[in-house]
Write a protein that binds this ligand. Sequence first.
Ligand SMILES: [Zn+2]
Length: 424
Amino acid sequence: MGADASAGASATVFAAGLVLPVSSPPMRDGAVLVRDGRIASVGPLSEVGREAPDAEVRYFPRYAIVPGAVNAHGHLGFRRGDAPSGGPFSSWLEELISKLPEKEAWTAEAARDSAREAIEAGTTFMAESSPYGECLPQLAGSGMAGTVFAEFFPGDFSGAGPEQRVSAIFEKARELREGLPPRVDCRVSVHSPYTVDPESGALAARRAREEGSLLAIHLQESPEEVEFVREGTGGLADIFGQNRWGGRGVSPVRYFEEIGVLAPNVIAAHLATEVGDAEIEILARTGVAAAHCPRSNEYLDCGVSPAPEMVRRGIRVGMGTDGLWSSPSMNLFEETLFAVRLHGVSGKWGLELATLGGARALGIDGETGSLEAGKWADLAIVEAALASNGAGGDPEMEVLEAAGGGGVTATVVGGNLLHDRLGA
Ligand SMILES: [Zn+2]
């Protein structure tokens, strides 16, 4: 795609009372010039306007423009209203599994609704995990950019060995990639240490590295997962009676390191239970990224992930909503606001994790996650009170509070206005 600004090329200026590029300081009366879906420049409205005199200008004086939310771990195929009851994790999971047959009838509708809810909350990129990639059509049809991680469960392939199982899921992901919109992708997920056997997990991880693919995993999410991996006992051992590879005497993080899963192409969701210095050291050394889902962790009695410490130790951390059966909404800014209050950190910390942090965790920070020339025009326009108007105060916190509370007025993905409450 050329950056040809000649006749016919459409340009739009999105301007607002406050622009928060995240990768640079907040700017009053700032503007973002969008050409061919990409950001052509970011700066004061007066300058950007001169640069593109023919551009259509959308000016929101009482609003803030922020990068769109990057959801680093979500599930689209669940709906609000009939979630299994909360923790302990294994009773939630057991109830979830018992509902799977009836769920089939409405999964597609739930995925459409969840995607729409995410867009209306300012999400522009979604890393989604679903069994065998079942929610890919709905993500691809939503207009968001994103990657669907096809979860595979080796127990479904009776009679096949690890090589065949792993080949089957990678072939499935390859087929699903055909004919997708430009910014939508499909990759593989090794679901968890208690559902994927060590041979299949290790082979899938090696294959993903060889392909240069991201690999999504759930890791050290619950006390019962820790017990399963350490002792081979507990609620998860009871549910998955045929899965006999637990009882390794180490934490799930250590176990996944030992079998060769952990590497910089891996994004691990949750890391909520008993993640101490030893685990953080392994994650930092292996270059694994993390998706922080604190509301799901609370609902399932999983503990509190040490996200601020992980960030301090140089681990790439993004935010994730998880899905509507363990979380109250698909609003990533609301999730982030919860994290900011939980950890007592700044709004700036939160806004960065919700946007650029997620992009770094997913290895797409060269393309999205902040308002910078050359990146895709992925942004949210937020109706914020802006008492501090960018001068002093905590404008990032004000914007998170507004966006987390339903204040996203417009969402733009690759220059396309996907959601516009003010009307075009
Ligand atoms: Zn999850």
